[in-house]
Design a protein around this ligand. Structure first.
Ligand SMILES: Cc1ncc(C[n+]2csc(CCOP(=O)(O)OP(=O)(O)O)c2C)c(N)n1
Length: 690
């Protein structure tokens, strides 16, 4: 390949913008908080640092040159080489460090506690100083995909930024799947990759891959750093961007020569994110309009998505539900944000949602969408989705609003602020309606048709909940039902545990049959649907919250994609519990073959039922885990209890379940949600309820 087909980036290319999500650096913004003073990250933002260092103006384009932006304070803090200066102003300057040392210092400074990764040639310089860090723990995984999912699990359990690290070329490309996964599910993550030396970029050098180019469509923002002096800034910005606005993955690719070069570490660095101002404050007029529509509605439904979990708005949402008494559905990503014990919770909408949730949305006259994106798995055929409903749509990402379904009241803002302000507004409106003179109230009420009385609608929805509860039939031959296994895991482990699923039938049953009572207790790959997610993500969740019981509920297909991370768990004393729902097949695909391909099972049998290749109990044993097996309903509680009692190493339970169980209810892909089937050949008879 000729040199002309690939361009080596100039130093000025450093820190430039990839394909930002609206709301991300360089994206379109209409309003929002400017970076002033110290941000919630504890990082000084441009106006703060520029002002204090007296280098005003260096945060703009001139900040792209190393001399002006990366060492803004070194002149006034210069001392002997290799020296450290902690100052009363909180400025930390260290001279004579390598770029790699600067990277580790920056990770420490942003509060990074753990990095999941694997070394290799290009990133090797960074691994040396990592050895000496007292603050950053590195966990050596077995596959970079595991590092990425572990970072996601860590982030999803806590809301903190998860960090993964890999070398150039194949190390970096192995991170592509978790980066895409984090992008789809808005997981705050920073991926750090080594790159070949800057002079070799574009020459097809050994282990060269343009990871920045590859990940452009699947990162919120990304960097190629070829100048050691820019490393702290790139790390600080990456963490800030990953966790603010709509969270997401940020890639920092650092060339080997930048890691090896001598530089000055200076903290806090100057930010250079001129276009990045996520709108967090919702517009008061829109909030008032939303409250007005809610008051006038007769059949409203709160449609709650993963944004509410990521936005730490669960508590606030519970107050809104309590005040308005509006029925609520929580998407796959939002399970737990409203407790399952809440009578108004109708469960999950969508392809495998509950009849009450799917029908509640379908028959509603007002949908209040909070941090949800009208995903095709929720809407089914979009043109026939909730035909009578007006829509209030609140999201931090303006690009989501009216993307799939037109919003009557669009609200851009941080979901916590939106929900809090909406609750206040509704409370004020209710109070005003109550305290008004009876005559005036009657007139006002007649004029606006406001009532806040949804009792009739609640009764109707409750009827669907009663008539079509989630359920399953036991297998005719007495073999184990997967739903029963999952139900028992949830019942015996309780709501304090964290449940992490793979992708497939077991994922849907885990969403349906575990009772979730708290946000972040349910972690899964919703948007991308990534097989192999659960074991490494559970590992990350357990590292984040070592005191919690963490279950990976996995399929036998998914488990075989990433179970090598059990070695990581054993060696690093991360005692996760793995329930393999072993139906000896790629169950979800098989279900579609049963329903839509005339029971022709092309390439979905992972093994003949009795063959046990591999034997998961022996595999667990080989990794140093405890391996258990259950094949009958009578054995289930016993193995779960044994697993719960073991806390010094991972446990793997091989649950041999029957392979013909199917996930119900189901709305077949691409059809109206009116076509929901509660079970095979069993569609609800709507006329009766209507
Ligand atoms: C990486 C990846 N490859 C393929 C798929 C397509 N797919 C979705 S579910 C599924 C079967 C999963 O089988 P298993 O893990 O055994 O779970 P089960 O459905 O049997 O519970 C497949 C192949 C996917 N989602 N991800």
């Amino acid at each position: 390949m000729s040199d002309t087909t690939k361009q080596a980036p100039s130093p000025a290319d450093v820190a430039s913008v990839a394909r930002p999500r609206p709301g991300a650096p360089g994206g379109a913004h209409t309003a929002g908080a400017a970076h002033t003073g110290t941000s919630a990250d504890g990082l000084a933002t441009p106006s703060g640092t520029v002002g204090s260092s007296g280098t005003a103006g260096s945060s703009g384009t001139s900040g792209r040159s190393a001399s002006s932006s990366a060492t803004p304070r070194s002149t006034s803090r210069t001392s002997s080489s290799h020296s450290t200066h902690g100052t009363d102003a909180g400025v930390d300057v260290r001279e004579g460090v390598t770029g790699a040392q600067s990277l580790v210092l920056a990770l420490e400074a942003v509060g990074c506690e753990v990095v999941f990764g694997i070394p290799g040639g290009a990133i090797l310089p960074a691994y040396d100083p990592m050895l000496d860090s007292k603050k950053v723990r590195h966990i050596l995984v077995r596959h970079e995909q595991g590092a990425g999912h572990a970072a996601e699990g860590y982030a999803s359990a806590t809301g903190k930024v998860g960090v993964c690290m890999a070398t150039s070329g194949p190390g970096a490309t192995n991170l592509v799947t978790p980066i895409a996964d984090a992008y789809m599910d808005s997981v705050p993550m920073v991926a750090i990759t080594g790159q070949v030396a800057s002079g070799a970029i574009g020459t097809d050098a050994f282990q060269e891959a343009d990871i920045r180019g590859i990940t452009m469509p699947i990162t919120k923002h990304n960097y190629l750093v070829t100048d050691a002096a820019r490393i702290p800034q790139a790390i600080a910005e990456a963490f800030h961007v990953a966790r603010t606005g709509r969270p997401g993955p940020v890639l920092v690719d650092i060339s080997k020569d930048a890691l090896q070069a001598s530089t000055t570490f200076s903290w806090p660095p100057v930010f250079d994110l001129p276009g990045y101002r996520p709108v967090t404050r919702p517009h008061g007029k829109q909030i008032r309009e939303a409250a007005r529509l809610m008051a006038q509605a007769r059949r409203p439904v709160l449609y709650v998505g993963g944004g509410v979990v990521r936005g730490h708005a669960s508590e606030a949402l519970r107050r809104l539900v309590a005040l308005t008494q509006i029925p609520v559905v929580t998407t796959l990503m939002a399970r737990g944000t409203v407790p399952d014990s809440e009578p108004l919770n109708l469960g999950m909408p969508g392809m495998h949602g509950t009849v009450a949730a799917v029908t509640g949305l379908q028959k509603s006259d007002l949908i209040i969408a909070l941090g949800a994106r009208f995903d095709d798995r929720v809407t089914g055929q979009l043109s026939s989705f909730a035909p009578d409903a007006k829509v209030i749509h609140a999201d931090i990402d303006p690009a989501e609003i009216s993307k799939n379904r037109t919003a009557d009241v669009p609200i851009v803002g941080d979901v916590l602020e939106v929900v809090t302000e909406l609750t206040d507004q509704v409370a004020a409106d209710m109070k005003a309606a109550q305290s008004a003179e009876p005559q005036a109230a009657a007139a006002a009420s007649a004029a606006s048709a406001a009532s806040w009385d949804f009792a009739e609608w609640r009764e109707r929805v409750a009827g669907w909940k009663r008539s079509f509860p989630l359920g399953y039939t036991d297998s005719a031959d007495g073999t184990l039902s997967p739903q029963y296994v999952i139900e028992r895991i949830g019942a015996l482990s309780g709501p304090d545990a964290t449940y992490v699923a793979g992708v497939g039938q077991h994922q849907m049953w885990a969403a349906q049959f575990v009772r979730y009572e708290r946000p972040n207790s349910w972690i899964n790959s919703g948007g991308l649907g990534t097989m192999g997610f659960s074991v490494p993500a559970a590992m990350g969740a357990k590292v984040a919250e070592p005191e919690r019981t963490v279950w990976a509920i996995d399929g036998d297909g998914c488990f075989q994609m990433t179970n090598q991370e059990l070695a990581t768990c054993v060696i690093n004393k991360i005692p996760v519990k793995v329930a393999v729902i072993n139906n000896s097949s790629l169950g979800m695909v098989r279900q579609w073959q049963t329903l839509f391909y005339g029971e022709r099972y092309s390439n979905t049998d992972l093994q003949p039922t009795a063959s046990r290749v591999p034997d998961f109990v022996k595999l667990a044993d080989a990794y140093g885990c405890v391996g258990l097996r259950a094949e009958t309903p009578e054995e289930v509680d016993d193995v779960i209890r044994q697993a719960l009692a073991i806390d010094d190493r991972p446990v793997v339970i091989d649950f041999i379940v029957h392979r013909d169980a199917m996930v119900w209810p189901m709305v077949p892909a691409g059809v109206s949600n009116d076509m929901i089937q509660a079970a095979r050949d069993e569609a609800p008879v709507w006329e009766r309820e209507d």
